[in-house]
Write a protein that binds this ligand. Structure first.
Ligand SMILES: Cc1cc2nc3c(=O)[nH]c(=O)nc-3n(C[C@H](O)[C@H](O)[C@H](O)COP(=O)(O)OP(=O)(O)OC[C@H]3O[C@@H](n4cnc5c(N)ncnc54)[C@H](O)[C@@H]3O)c2cc1C
Ligand code: SF4
Ligand code: SF4
Length: 422
């Protein structure tokens, strides 16, 4: 007899068993501590992948059980779980961390200066690294080809590719996720990422000479936090731009600070100022981990760039359109050497900068650092896991805040936890 349907007498195939989630990742999830860097996927390639969560953030998905050694390595490297900073012989600052030099500067190539978020200094340094043969390629983040508000990790091989990736993308990025594959290709790669990305890569390099040889230079930028894709969609909605009609989207750059700009299928553009896009919309969609970030200034990188905003009479930053100027911080001797080389090669110009001025023009970074201890204490009191921070001067930073402001931050975070709003 020929069977025409499923054999009802045969046992049902067992559904695939869900893997036991690694203890490190379970702790991250319990505290909503993921920064979305992708380092865990680099540690367990093919067994952890990064996927977009319902909230619109990049989060790890573990599909196969990890070994105890892999779990332990994720626990050591994951920036969601903690970060250790050692100043060693460098000057250290309570708010701004260890540094070798602090200057302002910009790309001498006017097109690159215009394309960059601030002065295009970071991109000009990358162009120099390639031209000088310091690295073979650059791992960086650019607009995703098929998702205008999203990001993709790209490998840039020349100045044109670096210029195309210039400008800040205020959306999730996981530039470490595919790093194990890139490492296996045997090239020397410069890496650009958020401070948490840089911290995770530095931790991998410290454990394994192979990682350190593959990634001889790490660059980063000051980071106020990563907004979800919901944030990017909210900007499009405020611009009245149908996401299906948007063919390209810039969060910034093309001027300083540059406007958030959507290009529509018919060639028309819609845009809004940086103050409206970041201040009015995107900053309200930032992930929880960023609100308790002790290192928004890239202490693990060799070089960090930021906005060297002009300030008003009260010292507060001005967001008027101007020729871009980047803050350039060398965090290592190598970083200082590369900056000097790029200057001698005529790729960047620099000017002196007084570090004492930085707290005034970076109020977001300043206030978060000062509020951090109070927020962490509130989370601890509520029984929530928090990142373990070493060498980041939490107590000294909190002392710079009046007691009333610390109490307000403590109460605010406790309220968020009790209302289930983490
Ligand atoms: C999420 C986010 C928050 C920021 N917060 C602050 C802040 O609080 N204060 C401040 O001064 N500056 C902040 N910046 C950095 C600032 O916008 C500029 O990047 C910085 O001034 C350097 O400018 P530049 O012209 O020298 O860099 P550019 O020449 O424009 O180079 C920018 C580099 O950043 C990389 N990049 C862009 N977006 C991402 C991303 N999402 N993930 C990983 N890499 C990316 C690009 O690939 C490029 O290599 C933030 C940037 C981002 C992406
Ligand atoms: S912070 Fe990075 S390493 Fe940690 S869980 Fe998230 S993606 Fe993985
Ligand atoms: S604020 Fe801190 S945790 Fe958040 S993306 Fe930036 S560096 Fe990472």
């Amino acid at each position: 007899m020929q069977m025409t349907g499923p054999d009802r007498t045969a046992p049902e195939p067992a559904p695939p068993l869900a893997p036991r989630i690694a203890a490190s990742l379970a702790r991250v999830a319990r505290g909503n501590l993921c920064a979305g860097c992708g380092a865990c996927a680099a540690i367990a390639p093919g067994r952890i992948t990064m996927a977009t969560s319902a909230e619109g953030f990049l989060r790890p998905v573990q599909t196969v059980e990890l070994s105890a050694a892999e779990d332990a390595q994720v626990a050591r490297v994951c920036p969601g779980l903690g970060q250790e900073v050692r100043p060693e012989a460098r000057r250290d600052d309570v708010l701004w961390g260890p540094h070798v030099s602090v200057e302002t500067g910009w790309a001498t190539d006017p097109a690159l200066r215009f394309a960059g978020s601030s002065g295009g200094a970071l991109s000009a340094l990358l162009v120099h690294l390639l031209a000088a043969g310091r690295v073979d390629a650059v791992v960086q983040t650019a607009a995703a080809p098929d998702f205008s508000i999203g990001n993709a990790t790209v490998i840039s091989l020349d100045a044109a590719m670096i210029s195309a990736a210039a400008g800040s993308r205020y959306a999730p990025s996981a530039p470490l996720a595919d790093l194990a594959w890139h490492r296996a290709e045997g090239r020397r790669l410069a890496f650009v990422g958020k401070p948490c990305d840089a911290a995770a890569l530095r931790a991998l390099c410290a454990e394994d000479a192979g990682w350190a040889a593959a990634f001889p230079v790490i660059l980063s930028f000051f980071c106020a936090g990563v907004p979800s894709h919901r944030g990017g969609r909210a900007v499009l909605a405020a611009l009245g731009a149908d996401p299906q009609e948007v063919t390209a989207f810039r969060y910034r750059g093309n001027g300083w600070p540059g406007r958030a700009t959507a290009v529509l299928r018919d060639g028309s553009t819609r845009s809004m100022s940086y103050h409206e896009s970041w201040g009015g919309i995107l900053s309200k969609h930032v992930q929880h981990r960023c609100k308790i970030c002790a290192d928004g200034t890239g202490t693990a990188a060799d070089i960090v760039c930021a906005d060297a905003w002009e300030s008003d009479a009260q010292g507060y930053p001005l967001f008027d359109e101007a020729e871009g100027v980047s803050l350039i911080v060398a965090r290592s001797a190598l970083g200082a050497e590369l900056i000097a080389e790029a200057r001698t090669a005529g790729r960047i110009e620099t000017a002196p900068f007084d570090l004492a001025h930085l707290a005034a023009i970076q109020p977001g970074q300043r206030e978060r650092r000062r509020a951090l201890l109070a927020r962490l204490l509130a989370l601890r009191l509520a029984g929530r896991p928090v990142p373990r921070y070493g060498g980041l001067h939490l107590v000294a930073a909190a002392r710079q805040n009046p007691l009333a402001r610390n109490l307000r931050n403590f109460a605010g975070m406790l309220r968020r936890v009790l209302r289930g709003r983490l």
